[in-house]
Design a protein around this ligand. Structure first.
Ligand SMILES: Cc1ncc(COP(=O)(O)O)c(C=O)c1O
Length: 391
């Protein structure tokens, strides 16, 4: 049996060997201490934690005291949105989260939670290219929301938002701007020194660190309030004994992601273009979601007419290729993804979406295998759909 091909890096990446090596001492007897302890064990852990803070900050053009480690992207997003709303209420302002329609569920659900807290949410539309409707943003800014959150790179279609422009509009309106850079970091150049954002989210397991570690960059501590309560760790913004080994891993992975970004983006773009042109030659009616707009190099969403996502995914898996479906099955009913729906992809087409995503382990040979397998899988799934349709 040939080794399976993993083309689902937007879901998670394997831990990079350099990252594993860096974090191991903080799990073993050398530096396992509690970073708040004053003795030598604590000091060793604290040194690792602070070094990690410096590495994450340097990789993102931020200051070390702006890095708040979290349990991942979801928690960082919640801290930005819910913490931003709570801070606005404290200042006597409006609790209102303003988010784009194609955000990750971590943002959409957090914005919805603001409604449960007695505030409001505004969901901004995007065009068929997935790019934010700037006029809708300007109208929303006039109502002074507590925070605007627009993701840098979308996790399903790979759409890149004009975050510089969005951040500048928020700055001019004196509104806190948060961006979820979970999929952007390491793939496009992410640096807060060139971006007037207040808050920015990253997640370790998308860049070769383990799952369960992420960070929120907080450039103005008054912009958020803590959403969990305990000791005074991490400037009181995220209490709890820090995940030192995770933070060290994130520091190492972030340094690698930033230093390799330009070359890696070029390499991944080549892989993406080879995949799309190879698949198109064999299955000419596939539709690339948001192809007309700016897209990140590592994510492609393809819709195949007359084929269903789940069936495509299963048959790709049987053929040794791991990809992701673009639709979510929650209560037994298969619904097209909210991202594709917001981008105006017709329901029937959206139900045939498949996401291919690449990372540091992806090779030319992986792409060649996917290109070779995909047409046979489509053929099988379409025939099956035809037979079932007639039954
Ligand atoms: C854009 C985006 N935001 C947030 C998250 C959540 O990150 P985590 O899995 O670290 O909680 C993900 C993960 O898929 C993501 O793609």
């Amino acid at each position: 049996m040939t080794t399976p091909v993993y083309l689902d890096h937007a879901a998670t990446t394997p831990v990079r060997p350099e990252v594993l090596e860096a974090m191991l001492p903080y799990l073993g007897e050398q530096a396992f201490g509690n970073p708040s302890s004053a003795h030598r064990f604590g000091r060793a852990a604290r040194a690792g934690l602070e070094q990690a803070r410096r590495e994450v900050a340097a990789a993102l053009g931020a200051e070390p005291n702006q890095v708040v480690f979290t349990s991942g992207g979801t928690e960082a997003d919640n801290l930005g949105i819910v913490g931003g709303a709570l801070a606005a209420r404290e200042r006597g302002g409006r609790m209102c989260a303003c988010v784009s329609a194609i955000e990750h569920k971590a943002i959409l659900a957090a914005a919805h939670h603001v409604v449960h807290l007695g505030g409001a949410e505004v969901v901004l539309p995007v065009g068929t290219d997935g790019v934010l409707d700037m006029e809708a943003l300007d109208r929303a800014l006039a109502d002074e929301p507590s925070v605007v959150s627009v993701m840098w790179v979308n996790n399903e279609a790979g759409v890149v938002q004009p975050v510089l422009d969005i951040a500048a509009r928020c700055r001019d309106a004196k509104v806190v701007f948060h961006t979820d850079a979970v999929q952007a970091f390491g793939k496009v150049r992410v640096s807060v020194d060139a971006l007037p954002c207040t808050l920015l989210t990253i997640s370790g397991h998308k860049i070769g660190a383990p799952k369960g570690i992420g960070a929120l960059i907080v450039r103005d501590r008054k912009a958020i309030e803590a959403i969990i309560h305990g000791g005074g760790q991490q400037f009181g913004l995220r209490p709890g004994t820090e995940n030192v080994a995770g933070a060290v891993a994130l520091g190492r992975a972030a340094a690698l992601a930033a230093s390799e970004q330009a070359a890696e983006a070029r390499r991944l773009e080549g892989l993406r273009d080879a995949l799309v042109s190879g698949i198109r030659r064999a299955v000419p009616d596939v539709v690339v979601t948001g192809e007309a707009g700016p897209r990140a190099p590592h994510i492609v969403s393809l819709c195949t007419p007359g084929a269903d996502s789940e069936a495509l995914l299963m048959h790709m898996d049987l053929a040794g290729i791991a990809v992701s479906a673009g639709s979510a099955c929650t209560t037994g009913a298969v619904e097209p993804s909210h991202v594709l729906t917001a981008m105006g992809v017709p329901r029937d087409l959206a139900l045939g979406a498949l996401r291919f995503s690449f990372g540091h382990t992806t090779t030319d040979a992986d792409i060649a295998r996917a290109v070779a397998v995909f047409p046979t899988v489509v053929d099988k799934v379409r025939k099956l759909a035809g037979v079932l349709g007639r039954a």
